[in-house]
Design a protein around this ligand. Structure first.
Ligand code: HEM
Length: 506
């Protein structure tokens, strides 16, 4: 017995010493490399658990605030299996974004490539990325939205809202709307059986993005990350089963889209329809293979779906907490409606007159930070602010930290759409570097105009067609209190339930 006790004591103290040694070594190495100050946390898992637990609450700010106060706007941390330089500085973020492809490159884990496909725009690099990025930009530019996409956005949003009765979960309904809009814009399909069955498989695929630690599964950090997995999912077996389902769904989505691509190729080389698929099929310069087109479509479905629908939901949430902003928004849309008399359809000029709505959209993007920042990898040793980021290191340009910084925005952490009005003095006068919800540089979101239009049209019809059941028309109250969390993605925990009633019978 005494021998066993002695062995146990010896083993645990050796493990403890090894742990301390690893901790000391990593700190020593960190200083020697000339990195920004910071804390690499525990060996292997770093500060991942602190980050996850902060982002699973409604107020994740202390995670960044504490480190900025201690180390400054650029600091070193260790999250999701890798040491990372974290930037909460608008100028450094701009430098990182603008130097995409020169000093930094976008860095997504290999599992994302399994889900999106290796030809996805998010993963492409170099000249092919440039070509595909500008093709996507030209597909979603203002003229195309105005002339080709606007009518369908208006029609499909109305169609969805008119079908709502009683209790609806806003987060789910908004996702359905953005999915149907994207399928229509990409392939000219109206909502129906095919779209709905694709959506079901697609929902499973999207689930893959919630399986965040998956990327690190096969890396040297695998073991440590398994601990996180167990803590996060509680059940490792369940997690593996979920991954299998996700990969099967990816195959099914790719098969369904592949079939459409082949059929469209047969119809006169796909030239008949004026949509994104048509544009891809018409591309000269060797054209694109079916596999490339499918990956491209999957990426566009993923990129615009969760993002735009979450902003729709959160605009409603924030407005329901800000009665004055809601009243002004309603006034703006009632005025538009009054001018239209019997016409149900919105026109482009109506959209252009939604000035306060644009303030609401900007402020929702700023406060919600659905894309809290972007990961990049240093392609070479890079000197920033007197520090050195070694080649191969990860950097994280945090948009969230800048958007919620009191130095850039007055009372930065409260929802105040008026700050976006001209000459408001609300800190948003020179948005440039300090307002980057859509990123910047060569990877600037190609859907940034499209998303704005979709959210504005959605708000217009919500305000003018529906009321929240059981409450005066001027107030929006959810059917159940709901919490906003930021990990693994930004979302409301109960999918934002509301009870609705139609204002106008159609
Ligand atoms: C509120 C809605 C949206 C937000 C906040 C948003 C945000 C972003 C951000 C921050 C990036 C940059 C990622 C990076 O630099 O690594 C990005 C890229 C991208 N977004 Fe969006 N997005 C939105 C809607 C859309 C829509 C509607 C589309 C559909 C056209 C879209 C398509 C894309 C694509 C394809 C990329 C990859 C660009 C590239 O890597 O070159 N997004 N988005």
């Amino acid at each position: 017995m005494a021998f066993l006790l002695l062995t146990f004591l010896l083993c645990s103290s050796s493990l403890f010493l090894l742990f301390l040694l690893l901790l000391r070594n990593s700190r020593f190495r960190h200083r020697k490399l000339g990195l920004p100050p910071g804390n690499l946390g525990l060996p292997f898992i770093g500060e991942t658990l602190q980050l996850i637990s902060a982002y699973k609450t409604e107020n994740p700010e202390p995670f960044i605030d504490a480190r900025v106060t201690r180390f400054g706007n650029v600091f070193t941390t260790h999250v999701f299996g890798e040491p990372t330089v974290f930037s909460a500085d608008s100028e450094v973020n701009r430098f990182i974004l603008q130097n995409e492809g020169k000093l930094f490159e976008s860095s997504y884990p290999s599992s994302i490539s399994n889900l999106l496909g290796k030809h996805s725009l998010l993963l492409l690099k170099g000249s092919l990325h440039k070509r595909m990025h500008s093709l996507t930009m030209s597909f979603a530019n203002l003229t195309i939205i105005k002339d080709d996409l606007f009518l369908d956005i208006d029609r499909l949003v109305r169609l969805n809202l008119d079908s709502w009765t009683g209790r609806v979960f806003l987060q789910d309904e908004a996702k359905k709307i953005t999915f149907e809009l994207t399928v229509k814009q990409l392939m000219s399909f109206d909502p129906g059986e095919w779209t709905e069955s694709l959506r079901k498989e697609y929902l499973l695929l999207i689930d893959g993005f919630f399986a965040l630690p998956f990327p690190f599964f096969f890396t040297t950090y695998g073991r440590a990350i398994k601990v996180i997995l167990l803590l996060y999912y509680n059940n490792y077996y369940y997690y593996i089963m979920r991954l299998i389902l996700i990969l099967q769904a990816r195959t099914k989505v790719a098969e369904a889209l592949g079939l459409i691509v082949r059929e469209r190729r047969k119809e006169n080389g796909g030239k008949k329809k004026k949509d994104m698929l048509g544009a891809l099929l018409m591309e000269g310069d060797g054209g694109f293979s079916d596999e490339e087109i499918v990956d491209f479509l999957v990426a566009l479905l993923v990129a615009g779906y969760e993002t735009t629908s979450t902003i729709m939901t959160l605009a409603v949430k924030f407005l329901s907490q800000s009665p004055l902003a809601l009243a002004l928004l309603k006034e703006e849309h009632e005025e538009i409606r009054a001018k239209k008399q019997d016409s149900k359809t919105l026109e482009w000029s109506d959209y252009k007159s939604m000035l306060f709505t644009q303030c609401v959209v900007n402020e929702t993007l700023r406060v919600a930070n659905i894309i809290s920042g972007v990961f990049r990898r240093a392609m070479t040793d890079v000197n920033i602010n007197g520090y050195r980021i070694p080649k191969g290191w990860k950097v994280f340009a945090s948009f969230r930290a800048v958007h919620l910084d009191h130095d850039h925005y007055k009372e930065a952490r409260s929802f105040n759409p008026w700050r976006w009005q001209k000459n408001s003095g609300g800190g948003a006068a020179s948005p440039g570097n300090v307002f980057t919800p859509f990123g910047g540089g060569p990877r600037l979101c190609p859907g940034y105009e499209l998303a704005r239009v979709e959210i504005s049209v959605f708000l217009h019809h919500l305000v003018t067609r529906l009321r929240f059941f059981g409450f005066p028309i001027q107030s929006w109250v959810p059917a159940d209190e709901d919490k906003l969390v930021f990990f693994p993605t930004t979302r409301t925990l109960k999918r934002y339930p509301i009870d609705v009633q139609h204002r106008i019978r159609i």
